[in-house]
Design a protein around this ligand. Sequence first.
Ligand code: NDP
Ligand code: 8X3
Length: 227
Amino acid sequence: MKTILITGATSGIGRACAEIFARNGYRLIITGRRKEKLDLVATELKEHYQAEVLALAFDVRNQKEVEENLSELPAPFKDIDILLNNAGLAVGRDPVDTGVIDDWERMIDTNVKGLLYVTRVIVPGMVERQGGHIINISSLAGQEVYPQGNVYCATKHAVTALSKGMRQDLVDHGIRVTNISPGLAETEFSIVRFKGDEQKAEAVYRGFEPLHPEDIAETIFFAATRP
Ligand code: NDP
Ligand code: 8X3
């Protein structure tokens, strides 16, 4: 049985991924800050799919918490085959001259530094075992830039660059690296970005049919299960 660690599984793409991997017989470690939501996801996965699930609530921005939660995993969850670096967010959408510094810090700390903290704890085990798969969730915003997307787009460009760097550093250890760059998918993403303003969030998806988190999860599952 293979083990996957999914960061940010309390909603959206991460949650949809937890579902598809559980349905297909994987052992799961799921994370997120909202403990209640996380525990609910774990319970559902156990009930629906008889999945083995370890739920760990912590903030990826806190290096100490990351290490405390992930460096001493219990035996059946110890050897992680797939690391899915999904936890991430956009906060605000302002031109650079009026951008909110705290929003910038949150995006950089979560999308770039948090991803690195988690990777740094998990990858040495993969190197030891000479195998594994890292899947990083970047974005179309990691390939292109749009107006008032400045810092979010920069963090996702950083994720794309880190995927390329990881691939170069780890290929000789038999570790695969996949960079997934989804387009617009309707999740809690825009509600978080607009700080709870549901009207602004809904407007993002008006006039076209966005992707659904399950669509991205299928793409990720496809990549995870090909040679
Ligand atoms: P959601 O807001 O629905 O999910 C984000 C997840 O990340 C939640 O589970 C959240 O959990 C977790 N998270 C956020 N901050 C932290 C933190 N500091 N520590 C731990 N977990 C955290 O959005 P999506 O599912 O859309 O986003 C998932 C990923 O996909 C992100 O990296 C996003 O940038 C990317 N993406 C999204 C697109 C879209 O259109 N939706 C398109 C392209 C990429 P909790 O709040 O419980 O901590
Ligand atoms: C999230 C989607 O295009 O709003 O990466 O930046 S987008």
